[in-house]
Design a protein around this ligand. Structure first.
Ligand SMILES: Cc1cc2nc3c(=O)[nH]c(=O)nc-3n(C[C@H](O)[C@H](O)[C@H](O)COP(=O)(O)OP(=O)(O)OC[C@H]3O[C@@H](n4cnc5c(N)ncnc54)[C@H](O)[C@@H]3O)c2cc1C
Length: 293
């Protein structure tokens, strides 16, 4: 089948294009995931909608106590944006660690979220910052929902047919700092084996700590124990080891409850590796938190 290709230049043109989509149509942003997947080579694709010429979809700006990141903003632009660096350091750090420079130049935050890979580095960050996603419909209206509800599982989101992810909104929380740690198998182009995004209130000790663990389950895991174990005290070896034990136990339970073989064929040995390796993630994260405070 010959595929049609539409390159909308305005939001209205994009809405009209969404109205033409069938179940065999694909949206393409940077193409770094799509073109490497079966969908990118699928001859039954009847329509590609490219987001490349939508300037508004790449913009990042402040509005009413929120920062709006267009779904088409690429990792490199998000990493270097001063508003992101000032308010959402963990997100800037995560973007700086995505793939190679080529991938960071083309890959978008929207593609990362819609792809919903458990190893996606944007997922724990957007959840950490209580982000909301703005979704565009074919009738040119939009609606918002919490990012935590948008990510349903590995490769699954709440996006409905004839909809596009239009922007990500993050509320600005004054007086907080954040960091991001990623453990992978290589220094460059590393897919996360474990990632951790943490934010806390600045002060003499860490306070009101929020944390998410990425890449160990199908969705980012909220770490309620972080605040309990680390906040309001000097953090020494005992607290670090208590957190390590808690996270090891969580990863063990996930491994043992996995009902079907994971899509990425993660082996038993790799899962056991995660239980051990989480220790260095915890130590790195706390070292970085101490360096920031
Ligand atoms: C070598 C390599 C290394 C990588 N390393 C990392 C890494 O370290 N960390 C990481 O997190 N990811 C990594 N990735 C994955 C990838 O680069 C990112 O997930 C990227 O952000 C995807 O964005 P994209 O714009 O290229 O998406 P695309 O490939 O264009 O699209 C991905 C999916 O999302 C859909 N889509 C895209 N935008 C929208 C939208 N606005 N609305 C609705 N649907 C949309 C597409 O239809 C498609 O199904 C890597 C990829 C490669 C090839």
């Amino acid at each position: 089948m010959n595929s049609n290709y539409i390159q909308p230049r305005t939001r209205q043109e994009l809405s009209q294009a969404l109205g033409q989509m069938t179940e065999n149509s694909r949206i393409i942003a940077g193409g770094t995931d799509l073109m490497a997947s079966d969908h990118g080579r699928d001859s039954s694709t009847d329509l590609y909608i490219s987001l490349f010429c939508l300037g508004d979809m790449a913009e990042i700006y402040r509005e009413d106590g929120w920062v709006r990141i267009g779904a088409g903003a690429v990792h490199d632009a998000i990493e270097k944006n001063p508003i992101i660096q000032e308010n959402f350091r963990a997100l800037s750090m995560a973007c700086s660690k995505v793939g190679s420079q080529q991938i960071r130049n083309k890959g978008t935050i929207g593609g990362n979220l819609v792809n919903a890979s458990p190893a996606g580095d944007m997922l724990p960050c957007v959840c950490l910052f209580l982000g909301e996603v703005e979704i565009l419909r074919a009738d040119d209206t939009t609606y918002r929902m919490p990012a935590r509800d948008f990510i349903l599982g590995a490769g699954k989101t709440a996006l409905k047919p004839k909809e596009a992810l239009y922007a990500v909104w993050l509320p600005i929380q004054e007086g907080r700092s954040s960091t991001f740690v990623k453990l992978g198998s290589r220094k460059e182009v590393t897919i996360a084996q474990i990632s951790m995004a943490v934010s806390w209130e600045k002060g003499e000790y860490f306070q009101k700590i929020e944390g998410y663990l990425g890449a160990v389950d199908t969705r980012p895991i909220y770490l309620e124990e972080m605040n309990h174990i680390l906040s309001g005290r000097a953090v020494g070896r005992e607290e670090r080891e208590e957190l390590v034990s808690s996270l090891r136990e969580r990863i063990r339970v996930i491994r043992e409850n996995r009902k079907r073989p994971p899509k990425l064929k993660i082996t038993e040995a790799e899962q056991l590796y995660k239980e051990r390796a989480v220790r260095s993630v915890v130590y790195d994260a706390i070292d970085q938190m101490e360096g920031e405070s």
